[in-house]
Write a protein that binds this ligand. Structure first.
Ligand SMILES: [Zn+2]
Length: 740
């Protein structure tokens, strides 16, 4: 999903505009802010496309490392679904059956099988989903017809393949064993998980087939899925088995904040819709299409090695088809850096009033396919579908295997990253949630955080001109279909993940990041997106881009089609870097502490006139004579650097003297403060902690440096003032987001 979009209220808009006007009257202009910032900061501007070649022929260690990375060609295919369903556009009911062919890889016999029935989250206002939103499904007026559900009508089970006769049983109707269960809370009204029981235990390594008859009623779009006018977005819509994981069933209820977790398999899905409707689905191009005399059309889709299946249909879609190819290096590729990727057929389904956004969606998709593929491993599927969601469908900005939804306003200035940002982000999920199937309920950051980090890299690498900060006023429905008047702050090009720092400042201490998605206070956003995103960027700057590239590539290759955990990632970091980086994760992922290093004090004074008795050449001499012997004026410089936050990170402290001399000190950053003293012929000009801005998670970089020299005082002051102003503007925007 994208980050939550912001609804701005009139009163706040008026005061915000007031602030802008006020600020405009005597504040330094934003372009002067930028210039001052550029002059004052010594941060290197990181350009991702200029990564060095991953394999240098001179280094056999690197060649070995590359060789050991092999992408698995196929997933374990534990949960395989064949379905046949029909959409009735009058009632928004999808009815039919599914056959789940499931293999027991648990290492033990199992007799009870939990299934997700996600659509029951929208069945009433007592579901756990509704309760976690304050007893509200997020729409003010709802008629009975606006609710959604999945009804299981019957369940049968039969052994598949060769079974020992003592374990085998005939096909059995087990509908009578059906029961709703609540593994996460005691909310008996919640029907998002059910369970059935087989007549005999299913032994380890054997395969069983469940045949489930069901109907799913689409709700008025409440969250991610539903029917709006003639637009249908269909996700989390069929009974779906849980995952046997770490010695137990992992089948969580549908929570307000959490996403999903499922085993990989093959999906073969046949869908009947009205003949005039355009359809898009996981798997891309239909394998079969059949028109019926009753005016409906039946499409058969199939896709292997995915863990979910979503589809959309509407008579209004404009369908555009494109071919991604990557045989030849791009003109701006670094030589030796080109990794050829297989072609991908891309289908873009556009709303008619967004026809003009075709090229922007396509460019974003192409860049994402290219960079994610080159950096982490080839996108393995033949097809990819990009859906431009209908207005007020709340289905924008969401990811499903081989299909994702974007979102844009028809009125979108070119330098505002819409739909580019959401397109790259939702595509990025193909590589984390999709191909590296982490448990999103329990460790959402392994998807959203990794995606925040990698989306940001693609947005910096793929477009020559940087996108600018923007905000929409006087509107805003959210979830991708943002409306309102766009205001592009032409002078504000956010630094990488700058916005996440203000989130961290505001809410970083409310929760430890490593918690289950429904157990956070109010910090799902910062702990699933911003904080892990910033921590990976910090890690990249600390380890260096090439090392980070190896870490991420190794992790992706090793865990493709698996269910890795945070510890698997940390082990990969430690192994690839050859360092024990556990301390870093303890200070970030497993902590609510924040980083804030600052220059607490910096002075540089002429050495005091010598008084008293000094020894020179074994003879005592008066102070004045001693000064003459020394020959030149000296300055006593003292710099004190302090740790304001509880989190610990080694930092560099840089002193620049007026004669140009630069002294860099390494501080382990552990104790509350450290002091550096120098006696030098030149006065101190500036002192900076973390001058290369490695620690991007530092919640306040305004206190990271001190400038002493008089003639610089003005620009420095203007810069500092402007930074503060930006700080408060961000703070205000953040506050608005929380209020709304
Ligand atoms: Zn996301």
């Amino acid at each position: 999903m994208p980050r939550t979009f912001v609804v701005i209220r009139w009163s706040v808009v008026v005061s915000l505009l007031g602030l802008l006007l006020l600020a405009g009257s005597d504040a330094p202009s934003l372009s002067s802010l930028r210039a001052a910032q550029q002059a004052a900061e010594t941060q290197p501007d990181t350009v991702m496309v200029e990564l060095p070649p991953p394999m240098s022929p001179s280094s056999s260690a690197e060649a070995d490392w590359m060789q050991r990375l092999v992408l698995p060609r196929q997933s374990p295919r534990i949960a395989n679904y064949t379905m046949e369903v029909t959409l009735d556009p009058k009632t928004n009911v999808i009815s039919g059956w599914e056959e789940l062919t499931w293999t027991n890889t648990s290492g033990q016999s199992l007799q009870e099988f939990p299934f997700h029935l996600y659509h029951n989250a929208w069945k009433n206002n007592r579901s756990t989903f509704a309760k976690e939103g304050g007893g509200d499904l997020g729409r003010e007026k709802m008629t009975e017809n606006d609710y959604g559900y999945t009804n299981v009508k019957s369940v049968k089970v039969a052994p598949v393949g060769a079974w020992p006769s003592e374990a085998a049983f005939d096909e059995t109707d087990i509908t009578g064993t059906f029961a709703y269960i609540q593994p996460d809370d005691d909310n008996k009204d919640d029907q998002t998980v059910c369970q059935v029981r087989t007549p005999k235990p299913v032994p380890d390594s054997l395969t069983v087939r469940f045949r489930v008859e069901f109907e799913t009623k689409q709700p008025l779009p409440l969250s991610r899925t539903g029917a709006r006018r003639t637009y249908h977005f269909v996700a989390q819509w069929f009974p779906k088995i849980g995952v046997w994981w770490k010695g137990g069933w992992n089948c969580h209820q549908f929570h307000r904040r959490t996403e999903f977790f499922a085993d990989y398999g093959v999906y073969d899905v046949t869908i009947t819709v009205p003949g005039a409707y355009v359809i898009g689905a996981t798997g891309g191009r239909p394998k079969e299409t059949k028109q019926s005399p009753d005016g409906t059309t039946t499409y058969r889709f199939s896709q292997g090695d995915v863990h979910d299946f979503a589809w959309t249909t509407s008579p209004d879609f404009i369908k555009v088809e494109k071919e991604f190819t990557h045989d030849a290096p791009d003109s701006n590729d670094v030589p030796g850096r080109h990794i050829p990727l297989k072609p991908v057929h891309v289908t873009i389904l556009l709303q008619p009033h967004h026809a003009h956004l075709e090229e922007r969606y396509w460019t974003a998709t192409r860049n994402a396919l290219r960079f994610f593929g080159e950096w982490y491993g080839e996108y393995p599927y033949d097809d990819l579908t990009v859906v431009d969601p209908a207005n007020d469908s709340r289905s924008g900005g969401m990811e499903y295997p081989t299909l994702f939804t974007g979102g844009a306003n028809a009125w979108t200035p070119g330098r505002v990253s819409q739909p580019e940002g959401v397109t790259v982000h939702e595509f990025g999920h193909q590589f984390w949630y999709g191909l590296v199937g982490n448990n999103e309920f329990e460790e959402a950051w392994l998807d959203e955080g990794f995606n925040t980090y990698s989306t940001d890299k693609v947005l910096h690498a793929g477009w020559k001109q940087k996108f600018v900060q923007s905000q929409r006023y006087l509107g805003g429905d959210g979830a991708g279909t943002t409306v309102g008047i766009p205001v592009a702050f032409e002078d504000i090009q956010p630094d990488r993940q700058e916005g996440n720092v203000s989130d961290l400042r505001n809410a970083g201490q409310h929760d430890v990041m490593a918690r289950k998605g429904w157990e956070y206070w109010d910090t799902y956003r910062i702990n699933s997106y911003g904080k892990p995103g910033l921590s990976l960027l910090t890690l990249e700057r600390y380890l260096g881009e090439e090392m980070m590239y190896r870490v991420m590539r190794t992790y992706h290759h090793r865990y493709r089609f698996k269910h890795p955990t945070s510890q698997d990632f940390i082990n990969t970091v430690n192994e690839v870097t050859g360092k024990d980086m556990t301390w870093f994760f303890q200070n970030t992922w497993y902590s609510s502490n924040v980083f804030d290093y600052r220059i607490a004090d910096a002075t540089s004074e002429p050495v005091k006139e010598a008084k008293g008795i000094f020894n020179f050449n074994g003879k005592p001499q008066g102070g004045k004579g001693a000064e003459e012997q020394r020959g030149k004026k000296m300055y006593e410089t003292r710099v004190r650097v302090a740790r304001e936050g509880e989190a610990i990170f080694p930092v560099e402290v840089q002193m620049v003297f007026e004669n140009g001399e630069v002294v860099n000190e390494r501080w382990d950053g552990r104790y509350r403060w450290a002091e550096y003293r120098y006696t030098k012929p030149s006065k101190l000009r500036s002192a900076t902690v973390d001058p290369n801005h490695i620690l991007v998670m530092d919640i306040n970089s305004n206190n990271n440096s001190r400038v002493l020299r008089e003639k610089d005082y003005r620009s420095r002051a203007a810069y500092r003032w402007a930074s503060k102003w930006m700080f408060w503007l961000q703070h205000l925007m953040e506050t608005i987001a929380f209020v709304a």
